[in-house]
Write a protein that binds this ligand. Structure first.
Ligand code: HEC
Ligand code: HEC
Ligand code: HEC
Ligand code: HEC
Length: 498
């Protein structure tokens, strides 16, 4: 079915619903006293508004077939396989109960129920519903219980539910989406920022009616898993309920789209961390439940040591050079991509920290600009960064994230049709050996293993004097970058059209 007739059909169907809705209303409605202005935050309509069989709810899911007709079964695909279907339910589970118990510290004025705590709801459901709800019909509460459903990613649908079934001219796509408050997820930057809002955190967004999303050290200490997010690999893990394509041209995605997604994701994640840190700083101690300085901003192993085993931290603390002190933010190194830029230090004056974060954001903006959306520029930008010798991790956290970013690039090169060389595979294994003590992929359970931190190459060595670091790690990561740069060079020429 052509996109025009498909849109026509959908709009006819929706038109019928809309007419029904109008007819069933009071025939002589009083004029609304204050006509809502266009830029007020859009309301949510709920998943049911998307799930009609004529719209996104066709149920004959053709397993694995993603094509021009996939939009018809997006709802069914999402329901069948998306991890976000669980996001509200986990607030009712045993881990959430124990987090809440720990957070509450017996204070009877605080809720024990995570499904009532607005801080948790801000990320575990549609963020715009993380507000007190007095709704006699219970409809909003039901929508809240859908968890991270359609509108949590696509934007609240009030202003576009009907309109989006008509074709949009490519030139007006950006402005139309903005006016509708619909997220243009086809833009990698928009998409990565949308995910990062919950997978890293984000300041309040008044225009969209979204509260601050902040998973802080108190919540980590109470048992919340630390949020680690790498866009390209998380995106690849999300079961697609869409056909990947360029929605401006309607054409299939460029073969280089995975590379583009990787580079944008690296920057967007770093941008989200800086923005969240600045916001935490600006909020300061205004809310006693989010104290400042926020420990989760800082490298965990500067304060923590493993609970079992040799008291290496005392040794490490003695050996530490003053410059390494309490040190660097926990998230630096989340980007294997950004050129080295000054970073704030714990205890430094707020103004100085702010200046550095602002500079970092400027650097990120410049890198985004360098990533013009033609495949050649994307490849060039990635090669330049791989060759950049200023990118050198300063501690284990940074090195391990650097590795994960580069491993994700290797996956992106494969998705773009490349074949990783034996050199690359060898360097990846070397890096794992240096970081985790074994050439195998690190498994989550390994972190819980008793002797995990005692492996000689493991993290604590990194927290000692820089010259006590296992030198092979620096050399290995550098060699890995070179090997990836070679693989990139050998990629067949990409589709010239983005
Ligand atoms: C900034 C957003 C954010 C906030 C705030 C937040 N969470 Fe989460 N939470 C997440 C994300 C994202 C994950 C999944 C992390 C992953 O797997 O990468 C998660 C995971 C969890 C899990 C583990 C789920 C599982 O499948 O094992 C529980 C339980 C949980 N959160 C409960 C809570 C509770 C309780 C609160 C409030 C005290 C809360 N969360 C606040 C974003 C958030
Ligand atoms: C976790 C975020 C997320 C959630 C939740 C989500 N989507 Fe999506 N959706 C995406 C992304 C990302 C794309 C791809 C955007 C692109 O490349 O244009 C997409 C694309 C789509 C498309 C385009 C399909 C095509 O092939 O033309 C439809 C339709 C859609 N989503 C409907 C839904 C519906 C209905 C729901 C709820 C049942 C939903 N989405 C929930 C992230 C999400
Ligand atoms: C409104 C908040 C929100 C948004 C937006 C969001 N997520 Fe999530 N995501 C969550 C929560 C909460 C969980 C944890 C669910 C659970 O543990 O069962 C999660 C889980 C996941 C998981 C499974 C993680 C695991 O450990 O198994 C993946 C993958 C994921 N998200 C990817 C994405 C991507 C990609 C996007 C953007 C296209 C995105 N998410 C957007 C909140 C969000
Ligand atoms: C500035 C020092 C500092 C930094 C940096 C820091 N923490 Fe903590 N952390 C503490 C202190 C102090 C406590 C004990 C708090 C209490 O009991 O109230 C704690 C408690 C914890 C606990 C609970 C331990 C338990 O057994 O009760 C966990 C888990 C934790 N932190 C994880 C992290 C993670 C993950 C990071 C990095 C993202 C981090 N911390 C960064 C100082 C820090």
């Amino acid at each position: 079915m052509s996109s025009v007739s498909r849109a026509a059909l959908a709009s006819t169907l929706l038109g019928l619903f809309a007419i029904g809705a109008v007819l069933s209303q009071n025939p002589d409605p009083a004029p609304r006293s204050a006509a809502p202005s266009d830029d007020r935050p859009a309301e949510t309509v709920g998943m049911a508004g998307c799930a009609a069989t004529g719209c996104h709810g066709r149920t004959n899911v053709r397993h694995g077939t993603l094509d021009a007709d996939t939009w018809h079964e997006s709802f069914a695909l999402w329901l069948d396989r998306d991890p976000h279907t669980r996001s509200y339910a986990v607030l009712e589970g045993p881990l959430a109960k124990s987090i809440m118990k720990n957070l509450r510290h017996g204070d009877p004025s605080l809720t024990e129920d995570a499904t009532k705590d607005l801080r948790c709801l801000a990320c575990h459901t549609n963020p715009s519903l993380a507000k007190p709800i007095e709704d006699a019909s219970g409809q909003l509460l039901r929508i809240r219980a859908e968890g991270v459903s359609c509108e949590a990613c696509h934007g609240n649908a009030e202003k576009w539910q009907i309109a989006h079934t008509n074709p949009i001219a490519p030139e007006t796509r950006k402005s139309t989406f903005a006016a509708w408050q619909m997220n243009d997820l086809n833009d990698w930057h928009v998409q990565a920022t949308t995910c990062a809002g919950c997978h890293i955190g984000a300041p309040e967004d008044k225009a969209r009616g979204i509260p601050v999303r902040d998973m802080n050290h108190d919540m980590i200490a109470a048992g919340h898993p630390r949020l680690e997010f790498e866009f390209a690999s998380y995106q690849a893990r999300l079961a697609k309920h869409w056909m990947p394509r360029n929605r401006k041209t309607g054409q299939p995605q460029s073969a280089d789209a995975p590379l583009h997604a990787w580079a944008v994701g690296q920057l967007a994640v770093e941008e989200a961390y800086c923005t969240l840190s600045l916001d935490r700083m600006a909020r300061g101690n205004a809310d006693p439940r989010s104290p400042y300085p926020e420990f989760a901003d800082w490298n965990c192993s500067h304060c923590h040591h493993q609970l079992a085993g040799v008291p290496w931290r005392e040794q490490a603390a003695k050996a530490q050079s003053p410059a390494r002190g309490l040190g660097r933010p926990a998230w630096i190194g989340a980007s294997a991509y950004l050129p080295a830029t000054p970073v704030p230090a714990f205890g430094e004056k707020r103004d100085a920290q702010k200046t550095k974060l602002d500079q970092r954001l400027q650097r990120i903006a410049a890198q985004f600009a360098a990533l013009e959306k033609t495949p050649a520029d994307v490849r060039k930008s990635i090669s330049d960064r791989l060759a950049d010798s200023s990118i050198a991790p300063a501690n284990w956290e940074e090195a391990s994230r650097d590795y994960l970013g580069l491993r994700s690039l290797e996956l992106a090169i494969r998705s773009a049709g490349g074949v990783p060389s034996n050199e690359t595979l060898g360097r990846l294994a070397d890096a794992r050996k240096a970081l985790w003590g074994s050439p195998d992929e690190p498994a989550r359970k390994e972190h819980a293993a008793k002797d995990y931190h005692r492996k000689p190459e493991s993290r604590w060595l990194w927290e000692q004097k820089p010259d006590a670091r296992p030198a092979p790690v620096d050399a290995t990561l550098r060699a890995l970058r070179d090997a990836l740069a070679n693989d990139l060079q050998k990629l067949p020429a990409g589709n010239p059209k983005p």
